[in-house]
Design a binder for this molecule. Structure first.
Ligand code: AMP
Length: 215
């Protein structure tokens, strides 16, 4: 199965992508995670992307397109994949078209998670991430000497630099101006599934699986 998970930053794409990837045995490819890892490791790509990511802008299409091309050709994507955070521009969608033509001719699904900006702003300003495994929690859930329930790391929950209120606003603006039009691009190219992203996590997953007809 080939899936794009689509929607504004903070709508829950990463959380749902992880759950769906485990359930459907798909590779989860998050361009945001790959870029953050490169920034942490100070690779050449990480150094180029650092300022852009931390200020809420978009990394150039050639860089993210290159990441996706290399990853989709990998053995771990043979059973299918779920793309999280890509494509974010029409040009990236065209890059993806070319890659998919080269690797397969399978049906593509696009899952769009919907939520209003005010819900997103509140969610993102309250979210913390584990700096070891990337798990996401609300700041109310994290206490002193908190051990990550996923990787066991102690006191590893931090605020992402791009979850600062001003940066959140910029990311939402970029989403509405540049990324939202990508949805129309896929209307005749993918099976579109729309889900209310403000529901509890497990209800969002259930809705998606029902609409994908794989449950
Ligand atoms: P995310 O974790 O998907 O919210 O991505 C975090 C940040 O990484 C974004 O705000 C961008 O700066 C950068 N990024 C991730 N994916 C892309 C993409 N497809 N195109 C451009 N920039 C991206």
């Amino acid at each position: 199965m080939q899936i794009i998970i689509f929607g504004a930053p903070g709508v829950g794409k990463g959380t749902q992508a992880k759950l769906l990837a485990a359930k459907l045995n798909l590779a989860h490819i998050s361009t945001g995670d790959i870029l953050r890892e490169a920034i942490k490791n100070e690779t050449e790509m990480g150094l180029k992307a650092k300022e852009i990511v931390q200020s809420g802008g978009l990394v150039p299409d050639e860089i993210v397109g290159g990441i996706v091309k290399e990853t989709l050709k990998d053995e771990r994507c043979k059973n299918g994949f779920i793309l999280d955070g890509f494509p974010r521009t029409i040009n990236q969608a065209e890059i993806l078209n070319k890659i998919l033509l080269e690797i397969s001719n399978e049906q593509l699904y696009l899952i769009k998670l919907n939520a209003d900006d005010n819900v997103i702003i509140s969610r993102l300003s309250n979210r913390l991430v584990c700096n070891k495994c990337g798990n996401i929690l609300n700041k109310n859930e994290v206490t002193d000497n908190f051990k990550c329930s996923v990787c066991g790391e102690l006191n590893s929950y931090v605020k992402r630099k791009d979850d600062d209120e001003e940066v959140i606003k910029k990311r939402l603006q970029v989403y509405h101006e540049t990324t939202a039009p990508v949805f129309n691009y896929y209307k005749d190219k993918a099976i579109i599934i729309e889900v209310d992203g403000t529901q509890p996590i497990e209800d969002v997953t259930k809705d998606i699986l029902e609409k994908l007809k794989v449950n």
